[in-house]
Design a protein around this ligand. Structure first.
Ligand code: C2E
Ligand code: MG
Ligand code: MG
Ligand code: MG
Length: 290
């Protein structure tokens, strides 16, 4: 039987798959050295309040500066970090760096500055993760829980298991806020929005991309915004690339925008300078009719 299975299996391993598997193995090996070698870097992208143009929030996005391959996208290495267990250390590093920078921006830019950081589903559900420890670390820096927002994806909420709702309760106990990332790309069941305690809803950039007056994505975005507000959530639109998109979103009542129109993600020191240079805000250009 083993032989038959082996044969069957063998047929799947086409040369390209072998190459891909090998390159994944190499990359996973390199990943083990990346933390020690200080090859990770945290980038930040502003989240802009659309009415005032003020920037009191940013999303932390990890980058891996691979010594030979250059910058490797998190889309490529986060799955490897998960399967190898390295996500634990990487996540801890992202948290500590985020805390370090948000402290500075609370002191020097705005007292309510918030940094949001991403947690993959495995990371979020991992036993051993403790938001009490996070809060203790924040407190050692004289920071409240509200300094941070954790971004999770909606797929997690479909899993009705207690572990997910317990995690969300732990976050709330620590005062750390929660954003639902990439909203609209998954199963988007609306019922869980009232069931769980969520603070922000991030409209995925696939909606923002096709925004035009009277388009179906416009209608969907408007409906999402109205619904979110009724449930007391703030809305952040991802992937805002044009002034038209920004203005349509602002007119629809969207609270915040994030995207290349305002700035691409940038290294922390550069973002720090950017915050100081952008005292004049990026307000939406629309004139509100009463
Ligand atoms: P995400 O959380 O949805 O992050 C938004 C992604 O959209 C980022 O890609 C950002 O660079 C990109 N983006 C922002 N504005 C625009 C725009 O106007 N146009 C376009 N086309 N793209 C825009 P990035 O940095 O490559 O990150 C990809 C994903 O990797 C993130 O998606 C997130 O799911 C994951 N990720 C990033 N950093 C971390 C991390 O520290 N931990 C974990 N677990 N996942 C992370
Ligand atoms: Mg995100
Ligand atoms: Mg997102
Ligand atoms: Mg997204």
């Amino acid at each position: 039987a083993a032989k038959g299975a082996g044969r069957n299996r063998y047929s799947y391993f086409t040369p390209t798959l072998q190459v891909a598997a090998l390159s994944r193995m190499r990359l996973t090996n390199d990943l083990r050295n990346a933390l020690k070698g200080e090859q990770f870097e945290l980038y930040f992208q502003p989240i802009v309040h659309l009415d005032s143009g003020a920037i009191h929030k940013a999303e932390a996005l990890i980058r891996w500066n691979h010594p030979q391959r250059g910058v490797v996208s998190p889309m490529e290495f986060i799955p490897l970090a998960e399967s190898s267990g390295l996500i634990v250390e990487i996540g801890a590093w992202v948290f500590r760096e985020s805390a370090r920078w948000v402290r500075r921006w609370r002191q020097e830019v705005h007292p309510d500055f918030q940094v949001s950081l991403n947690q993959s589903p495995l990371e979020f559900q991992r036993e051993g993760l403790s938001y009490e420890c996070w809060l203790a670390h924040l407190q050692s820096l004289a920071l409240p829980g509200q300094s941070l927002v954790v971004e999770i994806t909606e797929g997690l909420l479909l899993d009705a298991s207690n572990s997910v709702s317990n995690r969300l309760l732990q976050l709330r106990d620590a005062g750390i806020q929660v954003a639902l990332d990439d909203f609209g790309t998954g199963y988007s069941s609306l019922s869980y929005l009232k069931k769980f305690d969520i603070d922000y809803l991030k409209i995925d950039r696939s909606f923002t991309r096709n925004l035009a007056p009277d388009s179906s994505d416009m209608a969907l975005s408007e409906a999402i915004i109205v619904m979110a507000h009724k449930l007391d959530l703030k809305v952040i639109a991802e992937g805002v690339e044009t002034p038209e998109q920004r203005d349509l979103l602002a007119a629809a009542g969207c609270d915040y925008g994030q995207g290349y129109l305002f700035a691409k993600p940038m290294p922390a020191a550069q973002f720090d300078a950017f915050l100081r240079d952008n005292a004049i805000p990026f307000a939406a250009s629309i004139v509100k009719s009463n």
